[in-house]
Design a protein around this ligand. Structure first.
Ligand code: SF4
Ligand code: SF4
Length: 419
């Protein structure tokens, strides 16, 4: 065994050769798996960012469902297949493309749920003692530091999580708080600085969390659901203790965690309003609370973050912001919804397979280059590091949408872009 191979420490088996937790998983996913297996049209493959660059048939939504059928038939175990499920960014493109969602979903009230299947299979692996080495290390470090172990100028620790806000005079607590994801808080600090100063310029009152921990979403994405839940419980308790009613998020991953994972953990007791900053800023522009006046002479296209466009249907507001900025020449992508491209930066892929993330980012930049642009604008801090690295080779600058808007309203953002 090499140090890149998964390790196992499974306990006693239950019925049909599977652990009880596996039997429960198979009962949950049997119907969806047979639905895909019996259709088998594979339309999902061509929109999958992993498939686009690897052409590996074991790493497709079709295979992810077929494995469940094989497990149910006693042909495979979670140990056999766990490593394949690393190869997914949880972008959601396949779900939108699947004819079982597109053509029959309305009538039968069905949506293919590959993202959820991948998350649950990863969790099943962890529950069976099957670990991917990168995931395990990442989550151990996150647990130790209460934040993800991102690399950057600011050391990752609890007492440095608000360092990005230095000099901005933001209070702690209040009914509305700004939650800043780990990548932006410790690495690309220019993003939260831009957001905070835009909110201040619009006269919008907000504070910072008393004790912010990682949202817990990445742990859930990699299968460490107990850890995810502990982090969620900490954050919710912190919000409750300081009277928070509304949480602003700038990161699409946090948005998914707070609007999907937390409600699943806490049910009807979860009464926190979650506001995506991009939507709030588009509203401020429409209301005249922010007016971009500084021309920005760039030729741009926009990178739709998967978790906004494909998973949440949010694609209009970022475009409203970009069209409000004077000086920009905007070449929009010709394909939205299921065809928009992924950065490769999500779903834990860069943790376990950074080389695959780099190939997906390079492919995304190739698409941008076809539009003859000098700048790719993104609304997701986690995409910006791999996209920037791929952009350097093609002389395409990768810029965050919040920073671009801040520049156009005359704000000197400060902080680090990580470069
Ligand atoms: S996920 Fe959907 S499109 Fe892909 S093979 Fe299964 S049923 Fe067909
Ligand atoms: S969620 Fe994205 S990366 Fe994962 S299988 Fe579907 S298309 Fe591929």
């Amino acid at each position: 065994m090499t140090d890149t191979e998964p390790t196992t420490s499974a306990g006693a088996a239950g019925g049909n050769g599977h652990e009880p937790v596996t039997m429960e998983f198979l009962a949950d996913w049997r119907n969806a798996a047979y639905n895909c297996f019996s259709s088998g049209h594979k339309f999902c493959r061509e929109v999958c960012p992993v498939m686009q660059v690897t052409r590996n048939e074991s790493w497709t939504p079709t295979a992810f469902h077929a494995n469940v059928v094989a497990m149910e038939q006693g042909e495979l175990t979670v140990e056999d297949v766990a490593e394949d499920y690393v190869n997914c960014t949880q972008c959601g493109a396949c779900e939108l493309r699947c004819p079982n969602t597109l053509f029959t979903g309305d009538f039968y009230r069905f949506r293919t749920r590959t993202v959820d299947l991948v998350k649950q299979m990863r969790a099943l692996a962890v529950d069976n003692g099957v670990h991917q080495p990168g995931y395990r290390r990442w989550n151990e470090l996150t647990d130790e530091r209460t934040h993800e172990p991102v690399l950057g100028d600011v050391p990752v620790s609890q007492d440095r999580v608000r360092d990005w806000a230095e000099g901005l005079d933001i209070p702690i607590g209040g009914e509305t708080i700004l939650f800043v994801d780990c990548e932006a808080a410790f690495y690309r600090t220019s993003v939260p600085r831009a957001v905070a100063q835009l909110l201040q310029r619009a006269g919008y009152e907000f504070g910072l969390m008393r004790e912010q921990w990682c949202c817990g979403g990445p742990a859930a994405e990699m299968g460490y659901r107990d850890q995810s839940r502990r982090f969620a419980e900490h954050n919710l308790a912190d919000w409750r203790a300081s009277g928070v009613k509304r949480v602003l998020v700038l990161d699409p991953h946090d948005y998914i965690t707070f609007t999907e994972d937390y409600p699943a953990y806490f049910g009807d007791d979860y009464d926190i309003e979650i506001v995506l900053v991009v939507e709030l800023l588009a509203q401020f522009l429409a209301e005249g609370r922010l007016t971009p006046t500084v021309p920005i002479e760039r030729t741009i296209t926009y990178h739709d973050p998967c978790r906004l466009n494909k998973r949440k249907g949010i694609w209009q507001e970022p475009r409203q912001i970009l069209r409000a900025i004077p000086g920009l020449t905007f070449h929009d992508v010709d394909r939205v919804t299921q065809w928009s491209y992924c950065s490769g930066g999500g779903g834990g892929l860069p943790v376990e397979k950074p080389e695959l993330t780099a190939r997906i980012s390079a492919s995304r930049l190739d698409k941008a280059a076809e539009l003859d642009v000098d700048t790719l604008v993104s609304a997701c801090p986690w995409s910006e590091r791999p996209l920037s690295e791929a952009g350097e080779a093609r002389a395409i600058d990768v810029v965050d949408i919040h920073e671009l808007l801040a520049e156009s309203v005359g704000i000197e953002v400060g902080g680090s872009t990580g470069r």
